[in-house]
Structure formats: structure tokens, C-alpha cells
Design a binder for this molecule. Structure first.
Ligand SMILES: [Zn+2]
Length: 67
């Protein structure tokens, strides 16, 4: 599994994104809010990758491939 980790993220933010992706994978939604701006997260998935991102542009974002 290759995971893109933008350098601008702290380890705490990266862990949050991981938890959010897990929530979406398990429940199809999450109650977690972005630790930077307080906005909601959204989650996209297709056959080759998944993307977890804050709804605010250029905020927290994580893309995972090969799941
Ligand atoms: Zn945000």
C-alpha cells in the first residue's frame, strides 16, 4: 500500500485522516471534524485509490492507493 503524505501535515493530522478514512470505510460517514479549520471531511473511493479530504480547499488531504 502506497500512501501519499503531504509534508505539510503533522503526524496528528495524518492520524486523524486515517481515522476518518476508517470511519468512512466502516460506517460510510464520520463525525470527526478537521483539526485545522473545523470543517467536515469527505471521502472518495474508486477501484484503485481512495481520497480523504477536508471540504476546505488546500486543507488536510490524504490519498491512498492499492487498497
Ligand atoms: Zn480543514
Amino acid at each position: 500500500m502506497l500512501t501519499k503524505i503531504p509534508e505539510k501535515h503533522t503526524m496528528e493530522e495524518f492520524k486523524l485522516l486515517g481515522s476518518v478514512a476508517e470511519d468512512f470505510g466502516r460506517f460510510g460517514k464520520t463525525n470527526r471534524k478537521c483539526s485545522r479549520c473545523g470543517n467536515d471531511f469527505e471521502y472518495y473511493k474508486n477501484s484503485s485509490s481512495s481520497q480523504t479530504k477536508c471540504k476546505t480547499t488546500d486543507c488536510l488531504e490524504r490519498i491512498s492507493r492499492g487498497i
